[in-house]
Design a protein around this ligand. Structure first.
Ligand code: DON
Length: 307
């Protein structure tokens, strides 16, 4: 039987296409050059079915959507306590690129903001990994979540590194507090590579579905991370995934989510589906304008709000 979901998604995209507010991320020149009209949405069920409409096979960089997955890998590789000792789980209420460190310890408030994600990147794998091997472990892990081999976008990576002054400043602060114990530039380079992994909305929906499916990729059947890790990750996505818009999101959409500055947005509904949207124009929080509208609509039409 033909599913009604693609028609529903096509209609939803049609309703947001006239909204041309917001701008693609300007602080990474390669992203500023993205086609702002790209628009797509995909659903992936925990049974492994994928439904989509619009640009769901266009590749773009994952950016901050890598953060919950790298956090999952770090928790799986090291266990909870060593990770919590370095990165907290409290919402910052601030923008993604604020310093947001605890006053006395210098511990970043959560793994979704850049300070926490830069630190989390160093916690993937074990201490004996060289920086390049750690990046490989991150990319392999993201690929396992997606169920296909992913690769980085060198042009976006180089472009971001040339302008990474804020992230370098954050990394130096973290090094000053001994939260980071390595060369800050090497760490930011690895983190930036993590952010430059190319994905499609279809991939992101499947990655979100792997979280919704409690750590098992619905298509490959691979257990990527243990179930308690997924609970931790989804909880932090719920409270911190949308930065200083997390409260609006929690009340209006009500599902764990994460945005990226290339225009991707994911949501995971435990036991049910992973959802992804792609539209590069961003609001002042760095979240996709049309993506947020689409999620508000999906949540209200299908009663996805968890409360
Ligand atoms: O570190 C950065 O600024 C980027 N690589 C990622 C930021 C991001 O995606 C924020 N999310 N909306």
């Amino acid at each position: 039987m033909r599913s009604v979901i693609p028609d529903y998604l096509t209609e939803a995209l049609g309703d947001v296409v006239s909204d041309t507010s917001g701008e693609p991320a300007g602080y990474i020149p390669e992203l500023a050059a993205a086609d702002p009209e790209r628009l797509g949405a995909a659903f992936a069920t925990v049974q492994g079915e994928v439904y989509g409409a619009g640009d769901i096979d266009t590749e773009f960089t994952i950016q901050s959507i890598s953060k919950p997955f790298a956090y999952a890998l770090a928790l799986a590789d090291r266990g909870f306590d060593p990770v919590l000792a370095k990165v907290g789980v409290e919402p910052s209420g601030e923008a993604f690129n604020q310093i947001s460190l605890e006053g006395d310890t210098g511990r970043p408030l959560n793994p979704m903001i850049n300070a926490g994600a830069i630190t989390t990147h160093t916690l993937v794998g074990s201490d004996d990994l060289k920086p390049a091997e750690r990046v490989e472990r991150v990319i392999d892990g993201l690929s396992a979540f997606a169920g296909r081999p992913l690769r980085t976008d060198e042009a976006v990576c180089v472009s971001e590194m040339e302008h990474a002054h804020r992230n370098l400043a954050i990394a130096h602060m973290l090094r000053g507090h001994d939260i980071l114990t390595e060369d800050p530039r090497t760490v930011v380079d690895g983190y930036t590579r993590q952010c430059s992994v190319r994905v499609t909305a279809r991939d992101l929906a499947m990655m979100a579905a792997t979280l919704a499916n409690r750590g098992v990729n619905p298509l490959s059947g691979e257990r990527v991370v243990p179930e308690p890790v997924v609970r931790q990750v989804l909880s932090v996505m719920f409270t911190c995934g949308m930065y200083d818009a997390a409260g609006d999101w929690a009340t209006q959409v009500g599902i764990p989510a994460k945005s990226g500055v290339a225009g991707g947005l994911i949501g995971a509904l435990p036991g049910q589906i992973g959802i992804a949207t792609f539209s590069p124009r961003l609001d002042r929080h760095g979240n996709s304008v049309r993506g947020v509208s689409l999620f508000e609509r999906f949540s209200s039409d299908m009663g996805l709000h968890l409360m």
